[in-house]
Design a protein around this ligand. Structure first.
Ligand SMILES: [Zn+2]
Length: 236
């Protein structure tokens, strides 16, 4: 399995690694370690450069993280390569991902309502919640409360807990940590201190004030017990 460097250091922009597998037909390579985020958990993959070529897609399949490359012959197994992620895109995704966790925390604290799904692009996102109907003035209230929490500069701490510890944590139970497969022995936890704690594999900023602000663009019904909120992230 590739060592996923971003799990411990979301601010790592460049790294070196050794090529462990080459898929010539797919135009992609796997590495012993990588700072490139692979699509998952609602967060899209990074882009950037690797071995002087453009990284156009990053995908996790089984034990490999495949980096699709454009612009030259592929390196060979055993080659040492240098990678650099497109930081503007990644940092925008970190801000957006943290904003969504703040949104989850605010909605849970205000209304006791759980998230059912979501997706993000750099600086824009949607999330679905179990509301029926939406509370009156929901969009404006959420925007104000989330922006208060962002401005409060809450630290975001990443830790790795043994499964038995994680499944006994009330905050993590709320976010359904028990659904993580039994064979996962260590659970990565992203804690927006005092607001929201979740098992999560994504990349986040270090403090909520690094997000900036959010604007609620739209709220809509996606059926009974399922309401969607669309946001954008803007500079603070
Ligand atoms: Zn997340």
């Amino acid at each position: 399995m590739s060592d996923l460097l971003y799990l411990r250091d979301a601010y790592l922009r460049s790294f070196t690694a050794t090529v462990t597998a080459v898929d010539g037909e797919g135009g992609r390579v796997a590495l012993d370690r990588t700072a490139f985020y692979a699509t998952g958990g609602g967060q899209p993959h990074d882009t950037g450069s690797l071995a002087g070529m453009r990284v156009t897609e990053v995908r996790k399949e089984g034990d490999h993280v495949w980096h699709a490359l454009e612009g030259g012959p592929l390196p060979a197994v055993g080659d040492e390569v240098a990678g650099e992620i497109d930081w503007d895109r990644r940092h925008a995704l970190m801000r957006t991902h943290t904003a969504l966790h703040v949104l989850c925390g605010v909605i849970w604290n205000e209304w006791g309502t759980a998230v059912t799904g979501g997706n993000m692009e750099p600086l824009s996102a949607r999330m679905d919640f179990e509301f029926d109907p939406l509370p009156e003035g929901f969009g404006a209230t959420v925007e104000q409360r989330v922006n208060e929490e962002l401005a409060a500069a809450r630290p975001i701490e990443v830790s790795f807990l043994p499964r038995a510890t994680a499944v006994a944590d009330d905050d993590l139970i709320r976010t359904k940590v028990n659904l993580i497969p039994e064979n996962v022995s260590e659970i990565r936890v992203v804690d927006i201190v005092g607001l929201d704690k979740q098992a999560d594999g994504g990349t986040h900023v270090a403090s909520t004030d690094e997000v900036g602000r959010i604007r609620v663009l739209k709220t809509e019904s996606k059926g009974k017990g399922n309401k969607r909120i669309r946001i954008e992230v803007v500079d603070g």
